[in-house]
Design a protein around this ligand. Structure first.
Ligand SMILES: [Zn+2]
Length: 380
């Protein structure tokens, strides 16, 4: 067996510099790792940069679908709403105001000011109130704190997702994933000249393009925002073609090689990023040279095709965030109710406690229920 060579810098991969590389980036939920593909130093430099560029572009989708990751969580992200507010969307669908709000309005009588504070948490509110106390020593801090209310409300505006795909860094991450699958299927990186050329040389021509002209996945599971990497080496056309799809909506074809001399080979790896489960997909990569060329020239994106791809998976994201938010709210309500019903821990619940529980639960559940009602009215 020949010693593997790093697909990026062409150094020999030894036991010392070998590294486990995610076939699909961990940042968007990838699981499978492979060794003997790139060296550790390349993995830490260019590999990392490309992946973060891709993960950043796709982060709104990672948050929206609530992907599960092996390492870390998809970072919260600020979005503007259609009502021009700025809100921070968290992984499990909850939202925060961007920053705490503080305002002072002089009273008309001229004998004081009214202060309004909106904080993201009680500790933050306390810190802000201490600031008020420094400015206005006559303020009774305890009284203010006793009257402080923790409130949650729902954003009735839509978040404006600004999704943009593309660019050479994210593009290289996509090409690298296809190349990794080719290499792990037994096609040496050196044969995939189109791919390695693009990955190694800063000013080289991109070897990928978007493809929505037909569905290349023949047994697409309904509603799953799947990730898929597929390759096919063809002895007749001498091509190694690749297909990469993320979240069911970003669909890319690539030509890794046009000097393939080996046997016919195809291989696919796909997952559901919400659960991490592997999917068994049939991908038909019967694309001609002309098809690929046209994809490179943005000619394989029929009108409405990208929207149609989104339409298939968006309801899944809505349901997932609804489920998560429902669980979060119910858990919080139960905790709140038990903590405040007057029963001591470990003590039997008396009828008066139970009477209180329902009311306390409703206090916390109300905003959620009202929001759901409002949403369902909007739909009608
Ligand atoms: Zn290397």
């Amino acid at each position: 067996m020949t010693t593997p060579i790093c697909a990026l810098c062409e150094k020999e991969i030894t036991q010392e510099n070998d590294t486990k590389e995610h076939l699909i980036p961990n940042a968007i939920g990838g699981r499978r790792k492979l060794k003997g593909f790139i060296c550790e130093s390349c993995n830490n430099t260019s590999g990392d940069d490309w992946e973060s560029a891709l993960a950043k572009q796709l982060n709104p989708l990672s948050l929206f679908f609530g992907i599960s990751r092996e390492r870390g969580e998809a970072p919260s992200q600020l979005f503007e709403t259609t009502g021009s507010d700025r809100l921070k969307l968290n992984l499990h669908g909850s939202m925060d105001i961007e920053k705490p709000l503080y305002s002072e309005t002089p009273l008309e009588s001229g004998s004081g000011v009214q202060i309004q504070i909106k904080a993201r948490s009680m500790p933050e509110a306390k810190r802000m109130l201490q600031g008020v106390k420094r400015k206005y020593p006559q303020v009774d801090l305890n009284e203010l704190l006793d009257n402080a209310k923790s409130e949650s409300s729902y954003c009735s505006d839509m978040l404006k997702f600004n999704l943009s795909f593309g660019g050479h860094e994210a593009g290289r991450s996509i090409v690298k994933s296809a190349l990794a699958l080719a290499v792990s299927s037994g096609i040496p990186a050196e044969i995939c000249g189109e791919a390695t050329n693009y990955l190694r040389k800063e000013d080289s021509e991109a070897c990928f393009g978007y493809f929505y002209a037909s569905d290349l996945i023949k047994n697409r599971p309904e509603g799953i925002p799947l990730h898929c990497v597929s390759i096919k080496g063809c002895s007749k056309t001498k091509q190694v073609i690749g297909y990469v799809e993320y979240f069911g909506v970003q669909r890319v074809v690539l030509c890794l090689s046009d000097s393939y001399e080996g046997e016919d080979i195809s291989n696919t790896y796909a997952i559901n990023p919400i659960t991490g489960e592997e999917l068994s997909l049939i991908v038909e990569l019967d694309l001609s040279n002309g098809d690929i060329r046209e994809a490179y020239d943005y000619k394989k994106i029929p009108e409405g095709s990208v929207e149609a791809a989104f339409d298939k998976v968006i309801p899944t994201g809505m349901e997932a965030s609804f489920e998560k938010e429902k669980n979060r709210v119910v858990n919080q309500a139960v905790k709140h109710a038990f903590e405040n019903c007057g029963a001591k821990e470990g003590e039997m619940l008396m009828p008066e406690h139970i009477n209180k529980l329902t009311g306390l639960m409703m206090e916390k559940l109300e905003p959620f229920i009202l929001h759901q009602l409002a949403q369902s009215r909007k739909k009608k």
